[in-house]
Design a binder for this molecule. Structure first.
Ligand code: FES
Ligand code: FES
Length: 212
């Protein structure tokens, strides 16, 4: 498979180290501009805003976001194509793979299987909201860098969000417990052992951060 860095045009690659490039992907779950996805939203969803859409307010990553949503619109769709938060991935789009996992009131959920209007008044956290405003990565994101986890990383943001949610209920899991906690997430590259090692390192990073 092509290295993602190899796919960058030469002029963009100048001054961007591989490490910083990967760090950017882990922080936002996306390396490319979201403009294309926002453009696609209007054509794919098949109806212009204002026809059947309702303006609602969502609490996403600590910000109140006003957005037009249709009654049948899923949270994954709204996040990616209306709010430009493309770190949340769409894999199966039917509650099987976990790529779309976000936290809702601190608990992991498949955003492809939740209607957006049902999460009004609730707090939604996506991968873009995990790092601190000053750019400091979340300890679980740090664990991915420490262990060089993931191959293609399509499943990465879902695993990270699931792990962050799981660690809120069990901050000191065994490897087996962590595996059970992440059992709702699938990796098409089948890189499970490495992913588990990275998530365990993330758990360790979290405990160390709380001890400081
Ligand atoms: S895209 Fe939501 S579970 Fe697969
Ligand atoms: S690393 Fe490729 S899908 Fe998980």
């Amino acid at each position: 498979m092509d290295d993602p860095v190899d796919l960058l045009p030469d002029d963009k690659l100048k001054g961007v180290s591989r490490r910083n490039f990967i760090k950017g992907v882990i922080a936002g779950g996306v390396a490319a501009s979201s403009a294309n996805y926002l453009f696609r939203a209007s054509s794919l969803f098949g109806q212009p805003p204002g026809q059947g859409d309702r303006l609602i307010t969502l609490n996403v990553n600590g910000q109140l976001r006003r957005v037009d949503v249709a009654k049948q619109e899923t949270l994954a769709w709204t996040l990616r194509y209306k709010l430009g938060l493309t770190g949340t991935k769409l894999g199966c789009d039917r509650a099987e793979c976990g790529a779309c996992t976000v936290l809702i009131d601190d608990a992991p959920h498949y955003s492809c299987s939740i209607l957006t209007h049902t999460v009004r008044e609730r707090k939604v956290l996506t991968i873009e909201g995990l790092a601190k405003p000053n750019g400091t990565l979340h300890p679980v994101q740090r664990g991915v860098i420490d262990e060089q986890g993931f191959q293609c990383a399509f499943c990465m943001t879902g695993f990270i969000m699931s792990a962050v949610g799981f660690l809120k209920t069990n901050p000191n899991p065994t490897r087996l417990e962590m595996a059970h906690g992440l059992s709702g997430n699938l990796c098409r590259c089948q890189d499970y052992d490495k992913i588990l090692t990275a998530m365990m390192r993330g758990a360790e990073n979290m405990r160390k951060a709380q001890d400081v």
